[in-house]
Write a protein that binds this ligand. Structure first.
Ligand SMILES: CC(C)(COP(=O)(O)OP(=O)(O)OC[C@H]1O[C@@H](n2cnc3c(N)ncnc32)[C@H](O)[C@@H]1OP(=O)(O)O)[C@@H](O)C(=O)NCCC(=O)NCCS
Length: 400
């Protein structure tokens, strides 16, 4: 028996939900002006609350599409705004909200749920596996030079926030998606806009125009380093380059901005070759490699059937999903597709581990070494490495 109820929030309860979430992150409640903007980042009907009868917990989601290996885009929920009042934690409120959300996602035919986790220990128990990773890259601008032979083609257009709000969704829309990327619905852009307008530093954006139109953009702000306010640091917090020319052009622009000492770009793909466009690759530093998104396969049969696979011998996997038991079963993975089977399994794993494997970030053999996959046929991990491998590193690049 629970001593709280979970229900979908009415739109007029979203502000209280946002303030509750902010309180769990130790942030101040919204001012009226902030709320006016933040309200537009809430998908109607997309938030739930826990009441005892006080408002004690909340979680929200928005609908988007996830690109899977092979290029298909499938419906996903982006989960965010999760928090439980500090005096009501560790009594099952999050578990109840996560369960309600997943049942709703499954009933609505969503194939995936993704989130960024505040702490690594929270979401695995609900079937979310760490599915994409990223690195924070920093460059000492005074010492870094671009390779002189780097080809450039295209123009950079600098814009303030109002113009960026109008232009960037269209540019993003045009970009080719790597696996792990998601469509950005209106509520997501409004969330970004809200963050940008709330930021203490001025947010600027640049669009790269190639021969076929806009093919990349970057948003950034410049501020004083905390310890040395006279030293300026440029933070790149949203950046996509759809072509090599856009990649080179955007970095050339960023490296050329006056009165900047250090450039920091967090959340970049692991395989983005920033160091290779520098004349001396040691002028760039990887400060950190960390988590990006956690992936929950809500509909395992659809998810497995939708992605492309590498060329290797077929492998049968047994998947366990206690929270959404319809997913539990045995699946045959082949270069031509995947589906349920009655054949004996060569590998056994839970749905959380499948979330780690699905986008190819972690190799099956590494997951087996880490004890996350039970190996029943010693030849299977190597074949699964190839089947689940991806041509480029999966990466989302959208923070929420
Ligand atoms: C994280 C948070 C939502 C958890 O809520 P909660 O109601 O205490 O969680 P529950 O009581 O439902 O716990 C469910 C399980 O998760 C575990 N858990 C909860 N918070 C955890 C944490 N921070 N780290 C590790 N495990 C955690 C519980 O121990 C419990 O484990 P069990 O199923 O093995 O018994 C809450 O502590 C919170 O609001 N934290 C601050 C804001 C935050 O970090 N939000 C998440 C943003 S991504």
């Amino acid at each position: 028996m629970t001593d709280f109820d979970i229900r979908t929030l009415r739109d007029d309860e979203h502000r209280a939900a946002d303030d509750l979430f902010r309180e769990t992150l130790h942030a101040a409640p919204n001012t009226d002006t902030e709320w006016e903007r933040t309200a537009r980042a809430y998908q109607p009907g997309g938030s739930i609350g826990a009441f005892d009868p006080a408002f004690i917990g909340t979680a929200r989601s928005f609908d988007a599409e996830l690109t899977v290996p092979g290029g298909a885009r499938l419906p996903q929920a982006g989960v965010t705004g999760v928090g439980v009042r500090a005096d009501r934690t560790r009594r099952g409120v999050l578990r109840a909200m996560m369960t309600a959300q997943l049942e709703d996602f499954a009933a609505r035919g969503l194939v995936f749920a993704t989130l960024g986790a505040s702490e690594a220990g929270i979401y695995g128990r609900f079937g979310y596996g760490l599915a994409t990773r990223c690195r924070t890259y920093s460059i000492d601008r005074h010492r870094a030079r671009l390779r002189p032979d780097l080809p450039f083609a295209g123009e950079i257009e600098l814009m303030g926030l109002d113009d960026a709000v109008a232009a960037l969704p269209g540019v993003y829309e045009r970009l080719e998606h790597r696996p792990g990327m998601m469509t950005r619905p209106e509520v997501l852009w409004r969330l970004y806009e809200g963050h940008a307008r709330r930021a203490t530093e001025v947010v600027k954006s640049v669009v790269h125009h190639g021969p076929d139109g806009p093919d990349g953009f970057a948003s950034y702000s410049v501020g004083g380093l905390h310890e040395h306010p006279w030293t300026k640091k440029l933070d790149v917090f949203d950046m996509f380059a759809g072509t090599p020319a856009a990649f080179a052009g955007l970095w050339r622009f960023l490296l050329g901005i006056d009165l900047v000492d250090k450039i920091v770009a967090p959340g970049r793909p692991l395989d983005e070759p920033v160091e290779l466009i520098l004349a001396d690759h040691r002028r760039g530093n990887v400060d950190r490699v960390g988590d990006e998104h956690w992936l929950r396969l809500v509909d395992v049969p659809k998810a497995l059937a939708a992605r492309g696979y590498g060329h290797a011998a077929p492998v049968v996997i047994e998947v366990a999903d206690p929270l959404l038991p319809a997913n539990t079963g045995t699946y045959r993975i082949t270069p031509d597709g995947a589906g349920r089977t009655d054949e004996p399994a060569a590998l056994a794993l839970d749905v959380t581990t499948l979330g780690m494997l699905y986008l190819g970030t972690w190799r099956a053999s590494a997951l087996a070494t880490a004890g996350r996959i039970e190996v029943r046929d010693p030849a299977a991990p190597e074949a699964a490495d190839v089947l689940f491998g991806t041509r480029v590193q999966s990466w989302c690049g959208t923070f929420f």
